[in-house]
Design a protein around this ligand. Structure first.
Ligand SMILES: Nc1ncnc2c1ncn2[C@@H]1O[C@H](COP(=O)(O)OP(=O)(O)OP(=O)(O)O)[C@@H](O)[C@H]1O
Length: 589
């Protein structure tokens, strides 16, 4: 529904409310008498075009963090002190702060509606207050309005509809709006225009039936909860704010009225306003009227983006509703962790039983470490393999020529070539591990460090040997490169990390894969069998959990992989030498 502009209002023939201007003046004066001047913070001075051209506000907020200091229980009451201590250990940071918002980022422009969703207590209202400039202390992060930080001058551009309606109980709905119109609309507007505006708002919000009913509250009987909410909204939208913030505007409204209200908000947005609203459980229809959704769970942003993309986003993460669900309900279930009717990734379902946060942190770090270890294996396998595979094909011509001239023995050439190349295959992994080991937070013992480094060196040297063998076997740059890529891919797939269900006919491959042995060795150095088993049984490591290719559960035993890798490194080199001898001797220039 489009909102009438000032020029449109002139054309609309409206009946003036039956409340006389004398009545209005009396009411305002009575109000003013009861309040000291210092209490009243009303900015009346407004440009003439205030209503016709709302300043478009582009709001950006980046990494918003909000925390509050928690008061410690007095030590005189031991029970309270103990309970408070336990609570602080569970919920709060060591510095006795409760973190309410934990890095919220987003943006919203004119013409858009952003819905803040999340379970009760997730921090929606707090974020709304911060964005509305009502909460400054202990707020970190960047919030800009058209790239400028908040200033009091923005106050009149921002309308804030609070969760609890703050209205005078003695005034009727119409009086409330007229009172607001006379005090907040620009003085350049005529009395008639102000009445017309009130009339328009009453119609838009469907308040005709209760316009002469007292607002009520406390001991004064008055309008219904829904009507009260609509009156509050009318109170704010009366002055056409550029940025309208609404806290739970639809709570207490029936679905038809709620939809109607959303249509009004859509109309306001279309006219160039920026609208942010918190909302609990919108209907599907309402959900699709939002341009953007920010889903918050315990202060963390769980989803931020277009409302229509939210389901695709979660299905890409393998969260799929089992039954037809209202998207808003689906998002809230995810934010609260109520996933009874939602298909969740198997690995997460298995980890849901973890109650101990410390164990959960250890588990996550283990999972990250396992991934990193496999990455280290891939990195040094591929760089050493490809570093060595082209050596003999490149030097083939010189080698044949010099061998024909009997300048040196092939064994001497081979040994020197391998040893020289090996310097790089040792130096770079040492440098790499010197940095990565401590950054990744692997076990901080000298033994562990040197054993991990040795394992990586073994992987690199074995891969170098394999590369030499492939190069010597074909002595062709193209073919050698192709073979190396193929072998690397096969070893990657059967290495025990990525693929869980390897076809039976391929399972033997792991026994010739130096990546497999290297990975096992790294795991053994970092974790005992029990530690890893614990991680797996809690679903911490997806790929190892049920992988038939990788028997990590049985990681007990010695470091036999060292011998396997050493044997491979020597075996590959022996093969490389034999192949090279045969190929060079049979080559003619
Ligand atoms: N000043 C404060 N001191 C301590 N805790 C606070 C303070 N302000 C907010 N909180 C807490 O922060 C959390 C988020 O509050 P907030 O009102 O923003 O949640 P909400 O998502 O709007 O919830 P609801 O939907 O129920 O209104 C709540 O647990 C609340 O108790």
């Amino acid at each position: 529904m489009e909102v009438g502009r000032l020029d449109e209002i002139h054309d609309v023939s409206l009946t003036a409310p039956n409340m006389g201007s004398m009545h209005m003046e009396f009411m305002s004066q009575a109000y003013l008498r009861n309040r000291s001047c210092s209490e009243i913070d009303i900015e009346v001075e407004t440009p003439e075009t205030y209503l016709d051209h709302p300043l478009p506000i582009f709001l950006k907020f980046f990494d918003v963090v909000y925390k509050v200091r928690i008061r410690q229980a007095s030590s005189e009451n031991p029970v309270k002190a103990v309970v408070s201590k336990v609570a602080s250990q569970l919920n709060m940071e060591q510095d006795n702060h409760k973190h309410i918002l934990k890095g919220i980022t987003g943006s919203i422009g004119p013409g858009e509606i952003l819905a803040l969703m999340g379970p009760s207590g997730s921090g929606k209202t707090t974020l709304l207050k911060i964005l509305g400039g009502r909460l400054h202390e202990n707020v970190r992060g960047t919030i800009t309005y058209n790239d400028i930080p908040y200033s009091p001058a923005l106050k009149r551009r921002i309308g804030f509809v609070t969760q609890d309606d703050v209205l005078f109980p003695q005034l009727t709905v119409e009086e409330t709006l007229v009172f607001s119109a006379f005090l907040r609309l620009p003085s350049s507007m005529s009395r008639r225009q102000k009445y017309e505006r009130v009339e328009m708002i009453i119609k838009e919000l469907g308040l005709e039936r209760c316009r002469h009913t007292r607002v009520g509250g406390g001991f004064v009987k008055g309008i219904s909860g829904g009507e009260r909410k609509r009156t509050s909204i009318g109170y704010e939208i009366l002055v056409d704010p550029s940025l309208l913030l609404l806290d739970e505007p639809t709570s207490g409204l029936d679905s038809t009225t709620a939809n109607r209200l959303l249509q009004i908000l859509q109309g306001l947005a279309k006219a160039g306003r920026t609208i942010i609203t918190t909302i609990h459980q919108p209907s599907s229809r309402m959900f699709h009227t939002f341009d953007k959704v920010l889903l918050i769970s315990e202060g963390f942003p769980v989803y931020y983006g277009k409302a229509r993309d939210s389901l695709d986003y979660f299905s890409s993460l393998r969260f799929i509703p089992d039954i037809a669900m209202n998207p808003a309900e689906f998002l809230l279930d995810l934010a609260t962790g109520q996933v009874l009717d939602i298909r969740v990734p198997e690995d997460l379902r298995a980890s849901q039983g973890t109650a101990d946060p410390e164990r959960a942190v250890i588990k996550v770090s283990k999972v990250c470490h396992i991934g990193l270890m496999f990455y280290i294996c891939i990195f040094w396998t591929s760089s050493s393999l490809f570093g060595a595979v082209y050596v003999f094909p490149f030097e083939k011509t010189y080698l044949v020529k010099e061998r024909k001239a009997d300048m040196y023995r092939l064994s001497v050439y081979y040994a020197c070539s391998t040893l020289c190349d090996m310097l790089a295959h040792v130096f770079y992994p040492c440098l790499f591990m010197g940095i990565v080991y401590f950054m990744a937070g692997f076990k901080r013992t000298v033994t562990c460090f040197f054993m991990t480094l040795s394992a990586v060196l073994l992987v690199a040297i074995t891969s170098q040997g394999a590369g030499e063998m492939f190069g010597a076997a074909v002595l062709s740059i193209k073919t050698a490169g192709m073979i190396a890529s193929l072998v690397l891919m096969l070893f990657l797939l059967t290495g025990g990390y990525y693929v869980q269900h390897i076809p039976k006919f391929m399972r033997w491959m792991k026994y010739v894969s130096f990546m497999y042995y290297g990975f096992r060795l790294l795991l053994k150095v970092q974790y005992s069998g029990d530690e890893l088993y614990d991680c797996e049984s809690k679903g911490g490591c997806r790929s190892l959990q049920s992988s038939p290719s990788f028997d990590t559960v049985n990681l007990s035993g010695g470091l036999e992989e060292v011998w396997v890798l050493l044997a491979m490194a020597l075996g590959y080199r022996l093969c490389a030498y034999i192949c090279l001898r045969r190929r060079i001797n049979s080559c003619n220039l």
